[in-house]
Write a new protein. Structure first.
Lengths: 322, 161
């Protein structure tokens, strides 16, 4: 055993990859034998299937964080609602948090089931132009725990991309669980069949969050996932009665602002704490619609607009290249 | 094996701190619980099995520490005012603190088993195991690896919403 393991990024080529068990990083891994004996790389037929399915998706945005509980699902839902406010746009929200799927509740879709048609699984529609998919819809009871190891989670994520009939989509938003593991590696791998506009990374102001978020930024860089920018949630609280501002989660090391400066990443915006946000999520309502005057709503809308502009610009650049 | 029995043989109670949800205060509670038990005169250890987002080293201000080896395995880092709380975390094994540990399940499982069997905990009244959010590889592997031992139980952490 080395006292200092060399834990450089993306060492594990993936148990399903062509390099499984054979890469330099596999030396010493307890799973090496299993991987080396296993099948070769990803099935080219599968890759073609994914490409075909995702061909009609114009923009894809991943919502990430290293840290849990910072507001990824909340943000993903509001981004979806915000983009779908334009009725000419078709929006898809994919929840790949298999262990803790929050999206059904936040979107007011608890209890909904997934239906199959000739063309695949149907997303659950909140609005005509806003479809949602989550493992939450596949559970018999909302309290059922999905206690799966990585490979099984990866399988479901692949199914979500391959078997769901999203149709023509202007924006595919992917909500992820916290961390940098199977789900994250898999979604980047599977979505390489289409292209990902970029990642929006969520944090809160305190260092305990930022230290995980810096890892996530490194993950994005190493897998060459463009970073659209960072959103700082729970950034201050303005008392509705006395209007005094407090820092509930003090940015002891400069918050997202300092981190973004240090890492040359765009700060998309800061969203203050508003108890109505949690309430709206619990009730499955859009916070933007329920509290249009809240400073948090103003922040969210500005951030959503910046993301839209980024995606449109990205698309124009792609068209120029083609 | 005898070695497996040795490293946890001196640990009287093992306590898991769990939640399904992230960001509710598992690591914070694990840390405060350890400090409080230590203050009450108990011998305490913390095992941080959050491989992607290890928070405990920073909370105990030992994020720059390194891990050493002895004959029976890895020596935990001793933290707290009297340097008497034993801590093991993947945080100590990173070359740079911002390095992401981007591992799939099998590799995570292997390290967790090592953390459980290869850390020389010595005599402890309580070993607190801090976990990441979810119900996946880390949780399954930790419980499986700890099954032969005296698992006191789990404390579940939540927030009101």
């Amino acid at each position: 055993l080395a006292a200092q393991l060399s834990l450089s990024l993306a060492e594990c080529p993936g148990t399903g990859s062509a390099q499984a068990g054979r890469a330099a990083a596999c030396q010493g891994c307890p799973n090496q034998g299993l991987c080396a004996a296993g099948a070769a790389g990803p099935d080219p037929a599968e890759a073609a299937e994914l490409r075909a399915r995702l061909r009609a998706v114009r923009h894809t945005v991943l919502v990430l964080s290293g840290k849990g509980g910072v507001g990824k699902s909340t943000f993903s839902a509001l981004l979806a609602h915000g983009l779908a406010a334009d009725e000419t746009k078709q929006v898809a929200l994919l929840d790949i948090d298999i262990c803790g799927p929050s999206i059904p509740k936040i979107m007011g879709l608890e209890g909904e089931q997934v239906h199959q048609s000739g063309s695949g699984w149907s997303p659950v529609y909140v609005e005509e132009n806003l479809g949602v998919m989550s493992v939450g819809f596949l559970l018999s009871s909302p309290d059922d725990a999905v206690i799966w190891r990585g490979p099984k989670k990866n399988g479901l994520i692949k199914q979500f991309l391959r078997d769901v009939d999203w149709g023509e989509v202007d924006y595919l938003i992917v909500d992820t669980p916290p961390g940098t593991s199977d789900e994250h590696l898999s979604i980047v791998q599977y979505l390489s069949a289409t292209h990902i506009d970029g990642a929006v990374i969520i944090t809160t102001p305190q260092e305990v969050s930022l230290q995980d978020v810096r890892k996530e930024i490194n993950f994005c860089r190493k897998v060459k996932l463009p970073i659209i920018g960072v959103v700082e949630n729970m950034s201050g609280f303005v008392c509705p009665k006395c209007k005094n501002e407090s820092q509930i989660f003090p940015p002891t090391t400069g918050g997202a602002e300092k981190m973004c400066q240090n890492l040359s990443v765009s700060l998309l915006g800061k969203v203050p704490l508003d108890p109505q946000i949690g309430k709206s999520c619990d009730r499955g309502q859009s916070f933007l619609a329920e509290a249009p005057e809240s400073p948090a709503t103003v922040s969210y809308r500005n951030i959503i607009q910046r993301i839209q502009e980024y995606c449109e610009q990205h698309h124009l650049q792609e068209e120029k290249i083609m | 094996t005898l070695a497996e029995r040795t490293n946890l043989a001196g640990v009287r109670h093992i306590l898991l701190v769990l939640s399904g949800k992230g960001g509710v205060g598992k690591s914070t509670l694990s840390t405060e619980l350890a400090l409080a038990l230590r203050h009450a005169g108990k011998r305490v250890g913390i095992l941080d099995v959050d491989l992607c987002g290890p928070s405990i080293p920073r909370m105990l201000r030992v994020q720059d520490s390194a891990v050493h080896q002895c004959d029976s395995g890895w020596v935990p880092v001793f933290v707290g005012q009297d340097k008497a709380i034993a801590l093991m975390s993947i945080g100590f094994l990173l070359e740079r603190p911002d390095d992401a540990v981007v591992w799939r399940g099998p590799k995570k499982n292997a390290l967790i088993k090592q953390f459980v069997t290869d850390v020389a905990w010595g005599e402890l009244d309580f070993l607190i195991v801090d976990t990441p959010p979810g119900t996946s590889d880390e949780h399954i592997s930790t419980v499986e690896a700890l099954r032969p031992y005296q698992l006191l139980g789990a404390v579940l952490v939540t927030t009101p919403q």
